[in-house]
Design a protein around this ligand. Structure first.
Ligand code: CP
Ligand code: NVA
Length: 329
C-alpha cells in the first residue's frame, strides 16, 4: 500500500483497504509508542498546523505525532496569521507548500481545505471542516476494533445532529468499513440525501446498511456502539442553542438508552462534551435553559461503557499514521 503524496481531506477519497491500512499502521505506531521504541523516521521534515477554529485533541495529536516522527511543527492559531484576511488560500498554499512538507488545516468550509490542497503541492490533511472530520473517524474505528476485534457487521448508532461533520464522516466511515449505520434523530437533522445515497453505494459493496430513524428504542436495539457529538458546533451562532436543546433533548444518550442497546454496547464521543457543569458554555446554558447535561448524561460519560478517553488517545496514533503514510515514513 503506498499513500505517499496523497491528501487526507475526506474518507470518500479512500478505499476500504486504504482505510484499513491506516488503522493497521496506527496500531503499529501505538505499539511502538507503548514499548518506548523510537520511530523518528521523518527527521528533517516540517509540518504547518493551521487552526482557524480552536482545538485540544487534534492540535496535540498532530504536534506529538509529528515530534515522535522526528518532524518540526509550526502552529498557526485562529488569529495569528494572514490566512483568509490579508492573504488568499491560494497564495497561502503556495507559500506554506514551499516551506513545509505537509499542511494540516482546521477551519470552515471543505472547499477551503480543498483549495489549499490544490495549490500546496505537499500533502494536506483535514483537521476538521464544517462538512467532515476524517482523522476523528480513524481514531473511532481503531477504538471500536480494539474493543470488539473486528468492525464488519457491528451496529453503530449516531444520535444528535447528523447533518454536520461528525454525522457525515461517521456515516462514510461505517459504510466503507461495513458497519451498519443508523442516524437517530429528527428528520430535520438527518444527513443530506445526496451523501446518504453515496454512502448507500459504499454500503452495497461492504455489506453495510444505512438507516435514518427517529424512534430511539428502534434505533438502538442491538446497537454495539452509540455515538454522539455536541448539539452546537464550532462556528455556529449562539441563537441556535434554544432550538437544538428543544429538538435534540429526546436524542440525549442516557443510561436508559444504553440499556436498550446490546449488552456489549460502548459509548463514544469525539469530545469535547457537555456532560456536566465543568465548562463555561455548560454553565451559561444551565443559567439560561436550566439543563445540567446536554448530548450525554454524566452517568453514561463516566460509566464503564464509555471509551471516550481511549478514543481521544487514539487520535494521536491515527493522525501519526496519516502523516507517516502520506509523507512516506
Ligand atoms: N475531537 C476533536 O477534534 O477535538 P478537538 O476539537 O479538541 O481537536
Ligand atoms: N461537531 C463538532 C466536532 C468537534 C470535534 C464541531 O464541529 O464543533
Amino acid at each position: 500500500m503506498n499513500l505517499k503524496g496523497r491528501n487526507f481531506l475526506t474518507l470518500k477519497d479512500f478505499t476500504p483497504d486504504e482505510i484499513t491500512y491506516l488503522l493497521d499502521l496506527s496500531a503499529e505506531y501505538k505499539k511502538k509508542k507503548q514499548n518506548g521504541e523510537l520511530h523518528d523516521t521523518l527527521r528533517g521534515k516540517n509540518v504547518a498546523l493551521i487552526f482557524e477554529k480552536t482545538s485540544t485533541r487534534t492540535r496535540c495529536a498532530f504536534e506529538i505525532g509529528a515530534h515522535d516522527l522526528g518532524m518540526g511543527t509550526t502552529y498557526l492559531d485562529p488569529s495569528g496569521s494572514q490566512i483568509g484576511k490579508k492573504e488568499s488560500i491560494k497564495d497561502t498554499a503556495r507559500v506554506l507548500g514551499s516551506m513545509f512538507d505537509g499542511i494540516e488545516y482546521r477551519g470552515f468550509g471543505q472547499s477551503i481545505v480543498e483549495e489549499l490542497a490544490k495549490y500546496a503541492d505537499v500533502p494536506v490533511w483535514n483537521g476538521l471542516t464544517n462538512e467532515y472530520h476524517p482523522t476523528q473517524i480513524l481514531a473511532d474505528m481503531l477504538t471500536i476494533r480494539e474493543e470488539f476485534g473486528y468492525l464488519e457487521g457491528l451496529k453503530f448508532v449516531y444520535m444528535g445532529d447528523a447533518r454536520y461533520n461528525m454525522g457525515n464522516s461517521l456515516m462514510i466511515g461505517c459504510a466503507k468499513l461495513g458497519l451498519d449505520f443508523v442516524a437517530c434523530t429528527t428528520p430535520e437533522y438527518f444527513p443530506n440525501p445526496e451523501l446518504v445515497e453515496i454512502c448507500r453505494g459504499y454500503a452495497k459493496k461492504s455489506g453495510a446498511t444505512i438507516e435514518l430513524e427517529s424512534d430511539v428504542a428502534k434505533a438502538v436495539q442491538g446497537a454495539n456502539i452509540i455515538y454522539t457529538d455536541v448539539w452546537v458546533s464550532m462556528g455556529e451562532p449562539d441563537e441556535v442553542w434554544k432550538d437544538r436543546i428543544n429538538d435534540l433533548t429526546p436524542y440525549r444518550v442516557t443510561m436508559d438508552v444504553m440499556n436498550m442497546a446490546a449488552a456489549n454496547c460502548i459509548f463514544l464521543h469525539c469530545l469535547p462534551s457537555f456532560h456536566d457543569l465543568g465548562t463555561g458554555i455548560g454553565r451559561q446554558i444551565n443559567e439560561k435553559f436550566g439543563i445540567e447535561e446536554m448530548e450525554v448524561t454524566d452517568e453514561v460519560f463516566e460509566s464503564d461503557k464509555s471509551r471516550v478517553f481511549e478514543e481521544a488517545e487514539n487520535r494521536m496514533h491515527t493522525i501519526k499514521a496519516v502523516m507517516a503514510a502520506t509523507l512516506g515514513a
